[in-house]
Design a protein around this ligand. Structure first.
Ligand SMILES: [Zn+2]
Length: 81
């Protein structure tokens, strides 16, 4: 895993935080709150880890199956610690 603390875009500081991940599927909108991410404190660019991305994929697939117009999910509640 790359562990640079500098943003490659603006050279600002990257900080571990959470973000709201949104997937717009056209007919459905899936919103995953409290998604762990690394965020640049200067320009706001976000990076999501591969492991987190995999979990997000599972959450999104589950949400798709529910087939609601808008599905809002809390990442922390979905993930197993
Ligand atoms: Zn930046």
């Amino acid at each position: 895993m790359k562990n640079s603390n500098k943003c490659p875009i603006c050279n600002g500081n990257k900080e571990f935080s959470t973000t709201t991940f949104t997937v717009d599927l056209g007919t459905n909108l899936i919103v995953v709150r409290n998604t762990p991410a690394t965020i640049c404190s200067n320009c706001g660019e976000e990076w999501i880890d591969d492991t987190i991305a995999e979990q997000l994929e599972d959450i999104v697939n589950e949400a798709k199956a529910k087939n609601r117009m808008i599905e809002v999910i809390d990442f922390k509640l979905e993930s197993v610690a």
